[in-house]
Design a protein around this ligand. Sequence first.
Ligand code: 6PG
Length: 482
Amino acid sequence: MKGDIGVIGLAVMGQNLILNMNDHGYKVVAHNRTAEKVDEFLQGPAKGTNIVGAYSLQELVDKLESPRKIMLMVRAGDVVDSFIDKLVPLLDKGDIIIDGGNTNFPDTNRRVAALKEKGIHFIGSGVSGGEEGARFGPSIMPGGSPEAWPFVKPIFQAISAKTENDEPCCDWVGNDGAGHFVKMVHNGIEYGDMQLITEAYQFMKDGLGMTHDEMQSVFIEWNKTELNSYLVEITSDILGYKDTDGEPLVEKILDTAGQKGTGKWTGINALDMGIPLTLITESVFARCLSSLKDQRVEAEELFGKKESIVEGDKQVWIEALRQALLASKIISYAQGFMLMREASNENGWDLNYGNVALMWRGGCIIRSAFLSNIRDAYDIDPELSFLGSDSYFKGILENSMSAWRKVAAKSMDVGIPMPSMTSALTFLDGYTTARLPANLLQAQRDYFGAHTYERVDKPKGEFFHTNWTGKGGDVSSTTYNS
Ligand code: 6PG
């Protein structure tokens, strides 16, 4: 009997996905560039299963049922192209290559188009959930050649996480790089969620002077509210984890954040598409700032150590912080969905936002109860332009407003940096202001560069130039927007 699917790349994610597929009754052919890895896998975790090994790409191809489905679980970038180049001459028309790495979506766009010319189908799929997700049920976000989906669907939906109603956290996202785009936004939102949690932690630790056990209890309690999520849950575990000397391990970890690029790509795309994705972008910058450790140490010395004590009833502040976190999180997701909406329109992807929320409901790093509410919001209005306008989320934003402002103002007052929570509030203030001061900005542009402006008392699209000083000319520059 031939194999149902081949997987290339036996690092932890690849191995765990293979074991997961095997658990669901699929016969998997496993290949790795270094042959020893195949042997180690077959004699180790794969021992006693139906998994078979392949020591060359030809052997892999020969052992697969047609149309062949070959999933690459290798490092994103050139390695993917190099495997594609080696596989294509061995494949037949209609065979399918799947890239399950964290690939930047323009690369997927390019690969889908290039392989189409050769009659090969290509799927670029986001896979989220880390090691454990891959083994027991990840969130899977596939996009690319739609013709390939019916062949891959049964396997992917079987191995994916399921919601409490047993719905698979995996569905077809859209053409080209849509799957990898949605995974990129997932990761951007992951950056935002993590940053928001760290801001609450710093407020509690430095502002309220709370112990790690106290903070752990707060996160345990928060996890029973609308904030219920994987990231809040692991944060409570982390805060309770003691090093060998009995002290909290988290305080022994160097405060410089790493990043592999997906958050940065999300920010770059937002700038390219003109979407005010402020919270996620602030989260990326917060990681950049954290990495300037030596400069920060010097600057603290230079400017003097700041006292950031927050006075007042601790319980009242903790509840205010919870509300500020929840409201900011709504803004982060609202901005993320705005970005997806713009990308969908620009690329003709026809994204189904309710389905995206469903795919993120389980298995992935940002999984949370909250995503069910997002799905409901898009069920009510599939074209919702701002998540905060949905009645459920609008209610939370309104109810949290006073606590949110209090936390933001206090953080500014005592000098605790909370870039994500404060920028989320500023965004909402801007978004709900019918008249912003951009009229003055337009006047400045016209003053120094004759860039022209539109008038409130004339139809949109009619442009005017004023000779502001009487010295400049009446000739305006071309009007265009990048
Ligand atoms: C996931 C994660 C994963 C990502 C890590 C690290 O969905 O399972 O998003 O894909 O690689 O979270 O990302 P950074 O190194 O950029 O923090």
